[in-house]
Each structure stands twice: as C-alpha cells, then as structure tokens.
Design a binder for this molecule. Structure first.
Ligand SMILES: [Fe+2]
Length: 212
C-alpha cells in the first residue's frame, strides 16, 4: 500500500485518478452548498436592509444583495462550465447564521444604532463563512485545473472581502459617532478605549482581525 507522501506526490504529478475524482466530487458538493448559501444570503440581505436604522447600512446591504444575485449567476455559469446540473445542497450552518441574524431584529430596538451594529455583526458572520467556502472552492478549482471556474470564484471571493471591509468601516464610523455624541453630552467622559484600534482600511471586524 502506498504511503500518504507517495499518494500526495502521485496526485500532484497528475497520476492519482481516484484522488482527482474524490476532489472533483468534493468540489461539486461544495459548489452546490455555496449555491444554496448564496441564494439564502440574497433573501437575508433584503431582510437586513429592511430592518436597518441608517441609510448607510441599508444601502450597504442592498448593494451587496445586488452583488450576491450576480454571484448566484456566476455559480450557475460554473455548473454549466463543468457540465453538471444546477442544484442546491442545504447547509445547516447558513440556516443557523440566518436565524441568528433574525434574532438581532427582535433583540434590538427599532431605529437604534445598536440595531445597525448588531446587523453588521450578523452580516459579517455570514460573510466570513462565505469567504471560507469560496477560498476552499478556489483552492480545489486550482488543484483540479478548473481555470475558468477559478477565475469566476476569485472574482466573487474579492467581492466578499471588499464587502467585509466596507462593513467594518461602517461599524467603526458608528463607534466614532457614538463616542462623539457621548463627548458632547458629557464632556471628558469619553473613554479612549471606545476608539477603534485600527484604521478604517484594516482587516478587522467588530469581532477582531479576520486575517484574510
Ligand atoms: Fe456572496
């Protein structure tokens, strides 16, 4: 029986057809799953836009909803390129994240900045999940030499990262405006720690560095 190292070497030299087939199946099943996720995300972004307090957050959600609809089209293009039927594969993870995002609406006050901050946190959890899946799909596409699919996936991955950064910048602007309000109402009470730790272009989220 071949050792793992031998199998890996043989796979990367293009001589291991069973691993190749296994990875192709894995790619297809992840593709079906992200197709399901992206479609649910389009609906969720509409709900999040409707629930948001400020125009800035609403328009960020609506803009990403448009982008996500385009990402759904891109996934359909990948199904066509690799010659398999377009199909959804359910994901408990995204269903859970969307349920959590809905809870935010019931747990925060309508018309409050806290509502928007909470919506951003919920949206970023979904973004990070999507970034993880698209990143893995891109790696698989590269290993399998699915060049056209890899190009489409990397376009989407970049859009997801840009959205994540935009949401971080919006969240930071809330922290700043809240801090300004507090300073105006109670001069001298403003605590330095309420300032974001990083610049608005840094790879951070409300929850900390993402590292992508
Ligand atoms: Fe997306």
């Amino acid at each position: 029986m071949a050792s793992l190292t031998e199998r890996i070497a043989s796979f990367f030299s293009g001589n291991d057809s069973s691993t190749d087939e296994g990875l192709r199946d894995l790619f297809i099943s992840e593709l079906k799953r992200v197709y399901y996720i992206e479609k649910r995300a389009v609906d969720a972004l509409g709900e999040q836009a409707e629930a948001s307090t400020t125009n800035e957050v609403r328009s960020a959600f609506l803009q990403h909803q448009d982008e996500s609809a385009n990402q759904v089209d891109r996934l359909e293009e990948i199904f066509r390129i690799i010659g398999i039927q377009t199909e959804e594969q359910s994901s408990d993870a995204i269903n859970g994240l969307i349920s959590d995002a809905r809870l935010v609406v019931t747990e925060t006050e309508e018309g409050s900045l806290t509502r928007d901050a909470a919506l951003i946190i919920a949206a970023q959890k979904i973004e990070h999940y999507e970034i993880a899946i698209y990143g893995s799909l891109l790696t698989l596409a590269n290993v399998l030499d699915f060049t056209q699919s890899a190009e489409l996936l990397s376009m989407t991955l970049e859009e997801e990262k840009t959205t994540d950064h935009k949401l971080t910048a919006l969240a930071e602007s809330f922290v700043n405006s809240r801090a300004r309000e507090e300073e105006e109402q109670h001069p001298g009470s403003h605590h330095a720690s309420r300032h974001p730790l990083h610049g608005s272009d840094a790879d951070v989220t409300l929850g900390g560095p993402l590292g992508v």
